[in-house]
Structure formats: C-alpha cells, structure tokens
Design a protein around this ligand. Structure first.
Ligand code: URP
Ligand code: ZN
Ligand code: ZN
Length: 468
C-alpha cells in the first residue's frame, strides 16, 4: 500500500483499552490501524519500528500561557520554545489563553494571539478567550464563536492585572454560554477573603518571618472551595456549561462530584503540580520559584485529585504552563504579592502522569489517555480529529517507552526556563518519537522539527450534553 509511514509493532492505546497494531499514515492523517500493516506497505513507505513501545494519541494541553505579558514582564516561553517543549513531552496540541491587554476588544486579542503563534508554533494550537471587561466583552462572544473560539475564561482574582470578573459577570457569561453552546472556564479563588488574608500578613515582620510560605498561608483550601461552590451555583441556575480550571483541592473534587451527580453541567481539570508536589516546596531554598495560582496544596489533596481522575470526576490533566526564569521570579524581593505566578509544565506533563500515575498504580494507561488526550479533545471540540488514534484522525502520535527513565534537567530541555520544579526527578514517559500531522518532531527523545508547521485550530461548540 502506498502509505508515507507505518508506525510498526507497538501497542496502540486509547481511552478504552490497548491493542497490538500498526498505524499507517498518509499525508497528515491516519489511514489504517491494524496488525500487519508493515508487511503490506510499498517499498517507499518509511517503517518506524516501535516494538515494545506504547503508541499514544498526541496529548492535548488545553491550559497554556505562552508569550503572555503579565506582572510587568513576559512569560519566558513563547510559541517556539513552548511548543518544542510540548513535542518533547508528547503534547501535539495546545490551547492557549488569548488575553486582552488593557481595553482591547476580543478581536484585538484574537489578532494579537494569532500574530504570536502563526509561523512560530511547531504544533497545532487553538485559543480560549479571556473575558475581562464585563458586558462589553460579553457582547463580542458570538463573534469569537464564529472565529472558532467556543471556550472563554473568567478570573475571580487578579484585580491588579485588570482581569477580574465579579459574580454578576460570571452569571452573565454562563447565560451567554448556554445561548452559544460555549464553555466558561473559571479561575475559582475567593477574592474578598483572599485579599483580607493577604492584607493581614502584608507587613515587614510577617514577610521576614514567613517568607514565601505566606503564599500558601494566605490561600487555605477554602479559598478555592468556596469559589468553586459559588460558580457551580451560577452554572446550576443558568444552565451554562462550567469548567473549573487548575483545580488544586480535594474539596474542589468533592464539590464537582456532587454537582455532577445532581446533573449540573460542570467539568474540571487538575495539573501535575497539584498531584505530585505539596506545600513543603515553599520551605525549600528556592520556594519562591513554585508560586503559582492556585498554589500547590497538601499531599492529601493530591491523593484525592488522583482518585478523582481514576473515577472520571476530574476529566482532564493540563499544565497551566506559565513560565518565568529565576531572574523574573527573583524580582519578588521578599514580598510574595509581587511574585510572577506560574511554572513550566509542557515538557513534563505526560512523563509525570505516566511515572507518578501509571507506574505507581494510581492510574491505568487507558485513564492517562482519557485525561491527557481524549477528554480534552471531546470537551474542547477537537474530537475525533485529535485525541484518538483511528482512521481519519490527524496523525498526532506520542511514542513512549514503558520503563526508560530520563533525569529532568532544565539545561537539557527545550523550555526557556532556567529551573524546573522537577529538577533531578527520574521520569519515564518522555516522547521517544512525536508526530504532528504526520511530520516527525521528536526522534530518539530529541526535537528535530523544522519549519514551525503548527496550524490554528478553529473549534466548534460541543454537543449540549456531553459524555466523556
Ligand atoms: O499562576 C498561574 N497559574 N498563572 C497563570 C494564570 C492563571 O491563573 O491561569
Ligand atoms: Zn487561572
Ligand atoms: Zn492558567
């Protein structure tokens, strides 16, 4: 047969199970998945022998901030370094947050983000749109849906950045989501109480005594839980689809579980940092580097989030990649409220979930594929083009070795970040080979991509009642 490439001899993994099969690729698409395809291939077909390896759908990281201006600086990873890092980690699609600057319209933000990504990104990309100007932005939502953006984010915090939405604005946005078939992604942290706790500690004596521990001390779990509960109520009464981003608490997982049982259209994601780190990181020498919002919580929260992933209550793992170098973080000068919040994550998401989840018997491989590939594709309107290995889907593949471990070292990584939260950890699950629409981006763990061939992915609203 006249195929371009056959990925031969591996174990193909889906959200339903595993099978020994070859994968045939013609052009940008998968054209066949079956045993023995390599034997049927024409002599011109390239055969990539992946015996003993797992063949996964390329992962989709649906929570990424690349080239974002925030906190008087710009994230250290842009669409070049960020998507190189992604490919090394087996991620072949990202959805970044187009964020209006100042009084930008949503269209301004869309144009700005296309400019940042077009001809720069190595993998396919879509955008969520952040709603930061209440009614004015809400009126522009239908236009964004026509441009292929059916998912929107509102922040309950970040007044200083000018991003914050109040309850009325969240309620209104959920009503709008119901009308247009969109999904509202909410950063759920209770701003009034958080501000109060911060104000109580924001004086030289407390900062000298506690340092960056204040970041954790002023964000107890109830800051997230109360906010999730409130957002769920607005989703219940409006009927708009709600998606809780970067959920960091066990309490949050409980709230989402109960709401879903009551038939409320609410979904959630968590991130590796909430699964594998805990607040002891703030006691270390470089504790300030780990500041992110929400901040990492306790080991018990991590265990409950793993359980949520196992049970399907937490649908997605994403990274919330928002990276800053040491120099950028060091500007905090001992005041935790000045820290640029966020961490790198694209290169290590699949390895962390594979090593700490699958190899540690917390998740099955099937569940990893559901959380990192298939569920985000379904929820984000990309399925079955992405998130699954089947004829007709894009040839986006991540091939991983079941046991081969690599030591995390920022010096050898594609991210521009000069530190890593997992520095020195030995992780399996890095992509030995990555294919994006049939082009090989990673070979033998090295990025080899050329030509920045990532394309913008316009997305459709998903069906009103969604099953993952
Ligand atoms: O600290 C983080 N996560 N910064 C990125 C913005 C956000 O809230 O997602
Ligand atoms: Zn957020
Ligand atoms: Zn984020």
């Amino acid at each position: 047969m006249n195929w371009d490439t056959v990925i031969a001899g591996g174990t193909v993994v889906s959200a339903e199970g595993k099978q020994r099969a070859d994968v045939a690729i013609r052009g940008e698409r998968i054209v066949a998945v079956a045993k023995g395809l390599a034997r049927q291939a024409s002599p011109a077909t390239r055969i990539v022998d992946v015996a003993g390896r797992y063949v996964l759908p390329g992962a989709i990281d649906m929570h990424v901030h690349l080239d974002l201006a925030v906190c008087d600086t710009v994230t250290s990873d842009n669409f070049d370094s960020g998507t190189r890092a992604a490919a090394r980690g087996g991620v072949t699609t990202i959805i970044d947050f187009a964020t209006p600057y100042g009084d930008d319209t949503l269209h301004d933000a869309f144009d700005n983000w296309i400019r940042k990504a077009d001809g720069v990104s190595h993998i396919d990309y879509g955008f969520h749109m952040c709603l930061t100007r209440g009614e004015r932005h809400l009126r522009q939502v239908p236009e964004m849906v026509r441009l292929g953006i059916p998912t929107f984010k509102q922040f309950m915090i970040y007044a200083r950045e000018g991003w914050q939405s109040d309850d009325g604005q969240i309620f209104g946005a959920l009503e709008m989501m119901r009308q247009v078939g969109g999904t509202l992604l909410v950063h759920a942290e209770s701003c009034a109480v958080l501000d109060l706790l911060v104000a109580r500690q924001h004086h030289p004596a407390a900062m000298k005594r506690h340092g960056v521990l204040l970041h954790a001390m002023t964000r107890p779990s109830f800051i997230e839980a109360e906010a999730i509960q409130r957002a769920i109520k607005w989703a219940e009464v409006t009927g708009g689809r709600l998606y809780i981003v970067h959920m960091s608490t066990g309490e949050g997982a409980d709230l989402v579980r109960h709401a879903r049982r009551r038939g409320i259209d609410v979904w959630s994601e968590t991130c590796p940092q909430y699964l594998v780190l805990d607040e002891s990181v703030f006691r270390g020498k470089d504790g300030h580097l780990y500041a992110t919002s929400p901040q990492v919580k306790t080991e018990a929260d991590g265990l409950r989030l793993w359980q949520g992933l196992r049970r399907g209550e937490v649908a997605v793992v994403s990274t919330d990649t928002c990276s800053f170098t040491r120099a950028q973080k060091d500007r905090w000068g001992g005041d935790w409220t000045k820290l640029p919040n966020g961490m790198p994550g694209l290169e290590t998401m699949v390895p962390l979930i594979y090593t700490r989840g699958v190899l540690a018997a917390r998740l099955t491989l099937r569940q990893l594929v559901a959380a990192c590939c298939t569920n985000p594709a379904r929820l984000m309107g990309l399925y079955p083009r992405k998130g699954v290995i089947q004829p007709g889907s894009d040839a986006d593949l991540a091939i991983i070795h079941p046991t081969h471990k690599i030591k995390v070292d920022w010096r050898k990584m594609e991210t521009h970040c000069d530190w890593n939260p997992y520095q020195g950890w030995s992780l399996a699950g890095f992509a030995e080979h990555t294919f994006s629409r049939g082009r090989q981006l990673v070979e033998n763990y090295r990025f080899i991509g050329q030509g920045c061939g990532g394309q913008y992915l316009p997305r459709e609203p998903v069906a009103p009642r969604l099953q993952t």
